[in-house]
Design a protein around this ligand. Structure first.
Ligand code: ATP
Ligand code: MG
Length: 156
């Protein structure tokens, strides 16, 4: 159940968000969203993305986690579900975006180093999403925030 996976990932990061007076808003359907996949690996995907959204967001920031039935991607994957992790932080300059999923790549190396971590999070996300025949989309605007979207097939 993708809803419960996403919910538990967000719950684990509540203390981190609270520490910087940020909020994590959950927009999830009421019913279950069953998909084929590895629960622990998928939890790791959303934990990584939500952690990034809180970490690279601002103090008193707003992180939104939204789960919906995917529409435009249906040509690519068959029926799918989509999870968006949206922040209102600094955003990422566009020239970095194609490289973010490379191992050890960090967009703002000074700041990223100060915040801790290794630069492996998104490489792992990409790897797990590929294993699930899913897609990762990254949209960001400098100064406005970022949106990381995961699209996963519903059929085995
Ligand atoms: P780790 O995840 O291993 O702890 P990390 O967070 O630096 O370290 P990634 O999760 O792979 O590594 O992210 C790579 C880089 O992408 C980050 O260092 C940061 O510069 C940038 N980044 C990722 N998510 C965001 C975001 N939501 N807003 C702004 N920059 C981001
Ligand atoms: Mg990370």
């Amino acid at each position: 159940d993708l809803c419960s996976v996403v919910r538990s990932s967000a719950a684990a990061l509540e203390p981190v968000a609270r520490a910087r007076d940020s909020t994590i808003n959950m927009l999830l359907p009421d019913e279950q969203m069953m998909i084929p996949g590895d629960t622990d690996q998928l939890r790791q995907v959303f934990t990584n993305l939500i952690e990034n959204a809180v970490k690279y967001g601002k103090d008193c920031g707003h992180v939104t986690v939204r789960l919906s039935v995917s529409d435009e991607e249906s040509v690519l994957l068959g029926p799918g579900v989509r999870v968006d992790v949206i922040d209102d932080g600094e955003g990422i300059p566009s020239f970095h975006i194609p490289r973010l999923t490379e191992r050890f790549y960090r967009a703002d190396s000074h700041r990223s180093r100060a915040l801790g971590g290794t630069g492996l999070g998104l490489a792992i996300v990409k790897h797990i999403v590929n294993r699930h025949r899913g897609r990762l989309r990254i949209k960001s605007e400098k100064g406005k925030g970022s949106q990381f979207s995961i699209i996963l097939p519903v059929t085995p």
